[in-house]
Design a protein around this ligand. Structure first.
Ligand code: CP
Ligand code: NVA
Length: 310
């Protein structure tokens, strides 16, 4: 580990704020926590620390894995839905952040608008973690990187294929991560749902290709990833999106056989079986989605540990 590096007190809002070395350090710590947990060892590095979790949108994995993570690290967590808070009656985001900073040691927010998360983080004096915004989902991509590293034994010389909606929070964060880690990424998306130019520009000169052709994307791919066609908040576009995405951008057995023979299939979940992925793939030999979901726990323990103790 680079001794100069300290993540203590920092925010994780997009992954842009982390160096490659910092990402790899978080992954190493996550591996260590995972191995220890398998042996029944829980390293309680955060005794008496409190995490606040605030949700503006539903969650299964993020909520439960963060609550369990904090408990296993020896701390505690408080989960709140924003409609139960004074936020819903007009208290400002900044005032909420200032007050929370007096009670808890760290906060995670799942927000509708990334701008609100940035406002909260600016006003807060505690570390702030993005638990999903309209633009980014950094905790998901850190867990995905841990999953790829475990399955492939490395995080170099790999090609990742992203199929479907290239203009969502998970895809945006994957673009940033692939640029930082020098992984090849090809996104196959219909024209209206390709990554925004600003996101590609932010990622720099990295080896990122956008195509409309899923076969081209999966060709020679080590990892095939997808996500829902209809992210939270986009439900009114559901019919139109399904018309555009189906059936060309579905990860099915045929598409998987066009990737490398040992390719893995990943999905952040929740999956919409029969839409972006078939049962035969998500339940098939390629799928590492349950390991991927488990890794949310280990990577988030690593995030909490580093933001509070480094
Ligand atoms: N992948 C993910 O963030 O799942 P939840 O929406 O269930 O938290
Ligand atoms: N892109 C999806 C991710 C869910 C974890 C959404 O925003 O709904």
């Amino acid at each position: 580990m680079n001794k100069q590096m300290s993540l203590k007190g920092r925010d994780i809002l997009s992954l842009k704020e982390l160096t490659t070395e910092e990402i790899l350090t978080i992954l190493d710590t996550a591996d260590k926590f995972k191995k220890e947990r398998r042996k029944g060892i829980l390293n309680k590095t955060l005794p008496d620390k409190t995490l606040a979790l605030i949700f503006e949108k539903p969650s299964t994995r993020t909520r439960i894995s963060f609550e369990v993570a904090m408990k296993e690290l020896g701390g505690s967590s408080i989960t709140l839905y924003s409609n139960e808070m004074q936020l819903s009656r007009g208290e400002t985001i900044e005032d909420t952040a200032r007050v929370l900073s007096r009670y808890v040691d760290i906060a995670m927010l799942r927000v509708i608008s990334h701008k609100d998360l940035e406002r909260f983080a600016k006003a807060a004096s505690i570390p702030v973690i993005n638990g999903l915004s309209d633009l980014y989902h950094p905790c998901q991509i850190l867990a995905d990187l841990q999953t790829i590293k475990e399955a492939k034994g490395k995080l170099t010389n790999l090609k990742i294929a992203w199929i479907g909606d290239g203009d969502n929070n998970v895809a945006n964060t994957l673009i940033i991560a692939c640029a930082k880690l020098d992984l090849k990424l090809t996104l196959a998306c219909p024209k209206p749902y390709q990554p925004k130019k600003e996101i590609l520009k932010e990622a720099g000169e990295a080896n990122i290709i956008v195509t409309e052709n899923p076969i081209e994307a999966v060709s020679e791919a080590d990892v095939v990833m997808t996500d829902t066609y209809v992210s939270m908040g986009k439900d009114d576009e559901r019919d139109q999106r399904l018309r555009i995405f189906l059936p060309k951008y579905q990860v099915n057995e045929y598409l998987m056989t066009q990737a490398k023979p040992d390719a893995i299939f990943m999905h952040c979940l929740p999956a919409h079986r029969g839409e972006e992925v078939t049962d035969t793939v998500i339940d098939g030999r390629w799928s590492v989605v349950w390991e991927e979901a488990e890794n949310r726990l280990h990577t988030q323990k690593a995030i909490l540990h580093h933001l509070l103790t480094d």
